[in-house]
Design a protein around this ligand. Structure first.
Ligand SMILES: *Cc1c(COP(=O)(O)O)cnc(C)c1O
Length: 392
């Protein structure tokens, strides 16, 4: 060898928290190598393909040479118009497609980048625990510090806004919230959002509400948009994704909507980092946003059947599953004497069923496991049956 560089990772990469699912991944690989008939309920990615009419729209769009060039940074006019119309139709929220909507390469991209626009080194970001890891990682990459707001069962898995210390609130620039929630599957009502808005206005904190699961709901209990609450647009934005709603996780398209200054700030970061979303995908996304509700209710029905099967099966076990009104997750308290990781290990070894340990989503997720309803009904029933057998 002629040269030898001393390659050193930047502090922001070295300071990343340990990847908590590494141990689980290793156990999963081992089980598969041993030929186990594994039922994997650990993945938050729909097993159902994208509806055919959206795929057909993409096939046509991809042929058009005008889509082969760089897209606009903020998203095509037709896409932003479709988003605004969808918001009006679904939530009765008025959005200006020119200043209050921004296309994203999946909502993860926007969530990860938004701290870069508003957080200076040393600033605090309020982050739910357990929570989607990108909130705290995006904060870390911007040099900010996460203050974790625990989501407790006795509070319906909503953060206790009154428990945030005054000095923390003063230093906070941004707050992430997420309802319907991953991983707890909890939903929020208007009074909670009102409280958040009051708090944000008092301490000058930008609210980023992640609404990735707003369309995966059960029993006709349609979740609220944060932006539908009075004053929300003055204090924040909402992230949406086509990933979960239309089973389009692989396509990478989402959007941010709401406060125009916040949208502009996030847009500034993106203009300097990426070049927008492939226009053919945006064109297919316009078709997706105009999907007939009957198609979506069919999807919801499938997730609801799976939810009901899992809940029923777990009833006679010491796992305490909480019935979700939305999302495709079931959050369950592990039996006494276990922590989330060793319980997941036990389920994997004894039942060949894989769930996600709650602690992987943050310290306050300890004591719970998350089941994703991303397998066929038959497999979910089989999983529940096998879990029951652990105690026979
Ligand atoms: C899946 C998910 C997202 C992001 O999905 P994208 O595919 O990046 O749009 C965002 N937030 C939560 C809580 C999620 O579970």
């Amino acid at each position: 060898m002629k040269y030898s560089l001393h390659i050193e990772l930047a502090d922001r990469v070295r300071n990343l928290p340990p990847y908590l699912f590494a141990r689980i991944d290793a156990m999963k690989r081992k089980a598969l190598q041993e030929g186990a008939d594994l039922i994997d309920l650990s993945i938050g990615d729909p097993d159902i393909p994208t509806p055919q009419h959206i795929v057909e729209a993409m096939k046509k769009a991809v042929e058009k040479p005008e889509h082969h060039r760089y897209p606009s940074y903020e998203g095509m006019q037709s896409y932003r118009d479709a988003v605004a119309k969808w918001y009006k139709r679904r939530f009765n929220v008025q959005l200006d497609p020119d200043t209050e909507v921004l296309s994203l390469i999946g909502s993860k991209e926007g969530i990860g980048h938004v701290p870069l626009a508003f957080v200076n080194p040393g600033d605090i970001v309020l982050v739910p625990s357990p929570g989607y890891p990108v909130y705290s990682i995006g904060t870390l990459f911007a040099g900010g510090a996460s203050y974790f707001m625990p989501l407790k069962e006795e509070n319906g898995f909503l953060p206790d806004i009154d428990a945030i210390p005054e000095d923390v609130a003063r230093k906070a620039k941004l707050m992430f919230i997420n309802y319907p929630n991953n991983p707890t599957a909890a939903t929020a009502k208007e009074d909670f959002f009102k409280k958040v808005i009051e708090f944000a206005a008092k301490y000058n904190i930008i609210v980023c509400h992640d609404a990735a699961y707003s369309e995966i709901y059960f029993d006709n209990k349609r979740p609220l948009s944060f932006l539908s609450v009075d004053g929300a647009k003055e204090v924040g934005i909402e992230f949406h994704s086509l990933s979960k709603t239309y089973c389009m996780t692989g396509w990478r398209i989402g959007f941010a909507a709401g406060n125009r200054e916040v949208i502009a700030g996030l847009g500034k970061i993106k203009t300097n980092l990426d070049s927008g979303v492939f226009q053919a995908i945006q064109e297919a996304a316009v078709v997706a946003l105009n999907t007939e509700d009957s198609v979506l209710s069919e999807l919801r029905k499938r997730f609801q059947e799976r939810r009901d099967a899992l809940l029923e099966g777990l009833q006679s076990t010491p796992l305490k599953a909480i019935k979700p009104e939305a999302t495709f997750y079931v959050w369950a308290r592990v039996p006494d004497g276990y922590d989330s990781t060793n319980f997941v290990k036990k389920m994997l070894e004894k039942a060949h069923v894989l769930a996600t340990p709650g602690v992987g989503f943050g310290d306050a997720g300890e004591g719970y496991v998350r089941f994703a309803l991303t397998a066929e009904l038959k497999r979910i029933k089989e999983a529940a049956e096998r879990i029951k057998q652990i105690w026979r």
